[in-house]
Design a protein around this ligand. Structure first.
Ligand SMILES: Nc1ncnc2c1ncn2[C@@H]1O[C@H](COP(=O)(O)OP(=O)(O)O)[C@@H](O)[C@H]1O
Ligand SMILES: [Mg+2]
Length: 465
């Protein structure tokens, strides 16, 4: 059976942009893995960041597959932020997948299938292939559009220093050329297998065409020799992408919609065998990536057993988990254990602990967030937000930045002042005040059994099913 590793679709980039952490560009460590006090958007939490740096090194050296890392600490202490910092430092060649524990419970997929897909998204396969390409400098592109629109025809003249050829163009090639904005003087490479065009740069011979130059124009030499050459190309796909491409006719479409359904285990078995074979033959390398499971205490015992098993697999990513639970029950059991994790999994885990922040650290983080959101805070506003951050949570205080900004704008000013923060603090309550409010007014809410009390002196009445 032949296994496809390429679709004609676009390659799917990592779109998971987590806005609350957009200020984080790395772990903020120096060359000796020592944490800087304030660097790459990261502030404080030095021990945990240093530990994360050691893990990062081990991941990069491929020394740690099959292990799990648990980041444990109170809410809002930067657990997710540290995982994002690791992800940013890994670079684009190492797959990084982030899911929240609760995401595995959906009605489309069983929870183990959802986990299986997340695991396979986190394993990269680097495939080396020889492909035939046409590489040269574009001399001329001629496109005739028929009057009715639909059909397009054209000619592409392309040369090397030694030869020049004219190719007839069909609809698809014309679209590719238009999409890549190819013009005369560009040096391009056309993959003969799938018709994909890559712009390699502008030819030096056109260095004086100022019109066609942007500030970051890259100049390259016009290729020599034959137009058609064989080239070794390397592309990286995840195991999951290979699964999807091969499990349906329209596989790559499913990659876009994210609606992949359950993948049959025979398909995966065949793919695993093929990948192992490619590895033997030196055609492919396996790159264990990172699977980050946030709020891991949301998983139940079956999920944990699955993870335990999956970590022993030949293809296993590094699993990083985060939790804010102390001693608590593992879902689906009656057992209590540290962080709500079953002991066998805990036993395999390296634990990184995060701690609460000091006042000046909260202040720095909030001012970084304000900068990131392009909000100007005056000194009093920042001090009050910091106080709120200390007394409630960092996340709540950070959320008030945008709200206060809206309130300031109503006063037709762009700088957030003390009163704007005060008003947003009274408009939106934090969780502690919310809990207090609910407790004081519990009779007005619907309880778990569907009962609600409509007026103070009435008995509870049943509203629910
Ligand atoms: N050490 C830090 N440096 C910079 N920003 C941080 C740091 N710790 C937390 N943050 C930011 O504070 C907010 C809350 O942190 P988060 O990582 O979500 O906490 P947790 O996952 O522990 O509940 C996020 O916006 C996060 O990016
Ligand atoms: Mg978190």
């Amino acid at each position: 059976m032949s296994i496809a590793t390429k679709s004609d679709g676009e390659t799917v980039g990592n779109l998971s942009l987590i806005a609350a952490h957009s200020h984080i560009t790395g772990l903020g460590l120096d060359d000796h893995l020592q944490p800087r006090e304030n660097s790459q958007g990261m502030v404080g939490q030095l021990k945990a960041r240093k530990a994360a740096g050691v893990i990062l090194k081990m991941i990069q050296q491929g020394k740690i597959a099959g292990r799990a890392i648990l980041i444990a600490g109170p809410p809002s202490t930067g657990k997710t932020a540290i995982a994002m910092g690791i992800s940013q430092s890994l670079g684009s060649d190492v797959p990084f997948t982030a899911i929240a524990g609760s995401e595995v419970f959906s009605k489309e997929l069983s929870k183990t299938e959802a986990l299986n897909q997340a695991f396979r998204k986190s394993i990269g396969i680097q495939i080396k292939e020889e492909t035939e390409v046409i590489e040269g400098e574009v001399v001329e592109i001629q496109i005739d559009r028929s009057l009715t629109g639909g059909h397009k025809q054209g000619k592409l003249t392309i040369r090397t220093t030694d030869m020049e050829t004219i190719y007839e163009l069909g609809n698809k090639m014309i679209d590719e050329l238009t999409k890549e904005k190819v013009i005369a003087g560009d040096v391009i490479s056309i993959d003969k297998a799938n018709g994909k065009i890559a712009k390699l740069g502008r030819s030096y011979t056109r260095a004086r065409d100022y019109d066609a130059m942007g500030p970051d124009t890259k100049f390259v030499a016009c290729p020599e020799g034959e137009l058609q050459t064989r080239k070794e190309v390397v592309h990286t796909v995840s195991l999951h992408e290979i699964d999807v491409i091969n499990s349906r006719q329209q596989g790559f479409l499913a990659l876009f919609s994210g609606d992949t359904g359950e993948i049959r285990s025979e398909v995966r078995d065949q793919i695993n065998m093929k990948v192992a074979e490619w590895k033997e033959e030196g055609k492919a390398d396996i790159i264990p990536g990172v699977l980050f499971i946030d709020e891991v205490h949301m998983l139940d015992i079956e999920c944990f057993s699955y993870i335990n098993r999956a970590l022993e697999d030949d293809f296993s990513p590094i699993v990083i988990m985060a939790t804010n639970r102390g001693i608590s029950k593992t879902r689906g059991t009656n057992y209590k254990s540290p962080h709500g994790l079953p002991l066998d999994l805990l036993d395999r885990s390296i634990i990184i602990r995060t701690e609460g922040y000091k006042e000046d650290e909260i202040k720095s983080i909030l001012s970084i967030r304000a900068q990131e959101e392009e909000v100007e805070l005056n000194a009093d506003a920042l001090s009050l937000l910091t106080k709120i951050g200390m007394e409630t949570s960092l996340r709540y205080a950070a959320n008030l930045i945008a709200v206060s900004h809206q309130i300031a704008k109503k006063r037709r000013t762009d700088t957030v002042a003390l009163d704007d923060v005060k008003r947003s603090y009274t408009l939106f309550i934090d969780s502690a005040r919310s809990v207090q409010f609910v407790e004081e007014n519990s009779s007005q809410y619907i309880d778990d059994e569907g009962r609600v009390q409509l007026s103070k002196n009435e008995d509870a009445m049943d509203v629910g099913a």
